[in-house]
Design a protein. Structure first.
Length: 391
């Protein structure tokens, strides 16, 4: 894959933009362990007399217990987008016990495989209403549910929630959210099929990262024990501006692809970095595999066979410094695959980019564009389809 970098003075925020276009598309969706078991509950965290249990998810878009979002700009997800867990079905840490309700072999290892059923995921701007629906299993028919719209629901927030669960005496979902972030709570009832009776609108939201966590409302509580039941969760992003992409629908093999970008209603004196990634459509897939033996050293996350920790060297202690190095462009290329795409990242406020495509074969491609602003993060995202034609 050939890359074009518009400025030799590459800094941390430009590499973050490159990752944001890829990572936001992949990671801002519900991700739950799943397997073909009759029991609707697949995992639990227990501590003291309290516990939180998680609902089974399946590959079905109508029965799989997924939260479905609409109302924003739909961005294509990798196809297929699959998740695999390989490791023990029971772990203990900080007095908490994590269990997976699945069969395991003699070595106490289990394998859980899931393919995400939806092909797109929405990104929003301030003038677009966030609408959610829930397509659940009939095992949850007529259940009263609580739906939490969580603000600042990003990776640090999720980490704080997990740390709160492990460090504190309670594993109650509402208490864990209260300790780490703010949220809005909505009550609803599921119908006879285990679905929401009607979609819920959260209206128009301010820019930022958000999450939705859905639980069963009638939690079991007494003096000795408490149980929280999580049905599903998802994340989404509200960006500051609508990003418009101007590029040809078709180019000949060997020709550069010129891309013009415009952030509508953005101030003229902003500090914006624009980026574009062109990916061959049939190579745009994500096989995500989490493999662990229960220890930190024995854990790795693979994407299309590339180890995020072992091959790319990215982990929770060095990822910030890693993003500041030029080597990150090679890592993104590794994830995409040689001959499957090209990258262009501009200098400050440079809204016209050129992607070199001389080594890319003819075929159908997806063009992802994004805009990053210092202090705000990702402020715009767009997608376009085009064709590279044989001369």
């Amino acid at each position: 894959m050939k890359k074009t970098i518009e400025s030799s003075n590459t800094n941390k925020r430009r590499w973050r933009l490159t990752l944001a276009v890829l990572i936001c598309i992949v990671s801002m969706i519900s991700v739950s362990l799943a397997f073909s078991a009759k029991d609707p509950w697949i995992a639990s965290i227990q501590k003291g007399g309290e516990s939180v249990i998680f609902a089974n998810h399946t590959d079905s878009s109508s029965e799989g217990n997924w939260i479905y979002l609409s109302g924003g700009k739909e961005i294509q997800l990798p196809q297929p987008l699959s998740f695999t867990y390989s490791g023990p079905n029971s772990l203990k840490k900080a007095g908490a016990t994590i269990k997976l309700n699945s069969e395991s072999n003699k070595e106490n290892n289990t394998k859980i495989v899931l393919t995400y059923p939806y092909s797109t995921h929405p990104f929003y701007t301030e003038n677009q209403k966030v609408i959610m629906d829930f397509n659940g299993s009939s095992a949850f028919k007529k259940q009263n549910v609580n739906i939490y719209l969580v603000k600042s629901f990003n990776a640090p927030c999720v980490k704080k929630v997990l740390q709160a669960v492990m460090a504190n005496k309670t594993v109650n979902v509402e208490e864990a959210l209260s300790n780490c972030t703010s949220y809005t709570k909505v009550s609803a009832t599921l119908d006879k099929n285990g679905d929401l009776v009607k979609p819920i609108s959260f209206g128009c939201l301010k820019p930022g990262s958000y999450g939705i966590v859905m639980t069963v409302a009638d939690e079991k509580k007494d003096k000795k024990e408490s149980e929280s039941k999580v049905l599903s969760a998802t994340g989404f992003e509200v960006v500051n501006y609508d990003l418009e992409t101007n590029a040809a629908n078709a180019i000949n093999e060997g020709n550069n692809l010129d891309v013009g970008l415009c952030l509508k209603c953005a101030p003229a004196n902003g500090n914006v970095t624009y980026g574009a990634i062109l990916i061959k459509k049939d190579a745009y897939k994500a096989d995500i595999n989490l493999s662990t033996n229960g220890t930190k050293a024995g854990t790795d996350l693979f994407i299309n066979g590339v180890g995020v920790f072992s091959d790319l060297g990215i982990n929770s202690t060095n990822y910030k410094s890693k993003l500041s190095k030029n080597e990150i462009s090679k890592e993104v290329q590794t994830l995409i695959g040689e001959g499957n795409g090209t990258i262009s990242i501009g200098a400050k406020n440079q809204s016209t980019l050129s992607l070199t495509t001389f080594d890319l074969p003819s075929g159908n491609y997806l063009l992802f564009t994004g805009a990053y602003e210092k202090g705000k993060g990702l402020v715009g995202i767009d997608q376009k389809e085009l064709t590279i034609c044989t001369k």
